[in-house]
Design a binder for this molecule. Sequence first.
Ligand code: PAF
Length: 283
Amino acid sequence: MSPSPLIVRTVPTLRRAVDNLRKRKATIALVPTMGALHDGHVSLVRLAKRRASRVVVSIFVNPTQFAPTEDFGAYPRTWKADIAKLAAEDVDVVWHPDVKAMYPDGFATRIVPDGPALAGLEDRFRPHFFGGVATVVGKLFTQCRADFAIFGEKDFQQLRVVTQMARDLDLGVKVVGSRTVRERDGLAMSSRNVYLSPEERQTATVLYRAMKASARRIKAGDAIAPAMAGGAEMIKAAGFVLDYFEVRHAETLAEITSRKDGPLRILVAAKLGNTRLIDNIAV
Ligand code: PAF
């Protein structure tokens, strides 16, 4: 049996744990999560282990990135199963603060990201989101003092935002993106997939198929607008309420009009019943 990771719940204990690793000349990779771990997270941990000699996983459901109308209370919390998965992957430290440890009374400082955080994608529908993410991730970076931080490409705009933030604020951590892990039928793994009814779960595969169909058309030389309109139609016809289905520059997230405008990424967000799903692929 793999040894259990060291579980730390306060900033001073985390500091000591990180100091001990540093004294032993360890390199550290951080995997920030909100728990409810699935195979996508496991692949982040495996990439972390390839990058560094020690791995810290944070589990913190961050209230500041949820709007009052969103699913903070209902967000799946699967602590025992999470720890078993992390033990099986030989994770060294689990950083699991409560809300008071992360945001003590009187907390009054926020990071307000610009650039990719204002690309008009997730920010258009969740205006509170990237401020909450940047603030907690900025704290996680300074708390864990990791050499690397691993983020899934599934949250592509988030990956761009934290990459920009680490660079802009000289946080001394290299942000590394990790490929999206998919179910066999193409659905991107997500902690929120548990919200889908069996019928919705079947329908949810349309997102991936629609992105693939549009990407194929763009690569074949079709104009961007009709290629994207075709994919959007597939998604709406399946019963989704579409927030966006867009092709953007893969690094800047800027709008593009031609496939020659750079490396391209198709990004989608859509609601099926009460569940909002996001996904993206490279073109
Ligand atoms: O992607 C997530 O799980 C969260 O947004 C993150 C990066 C852990 C910040 O709370």
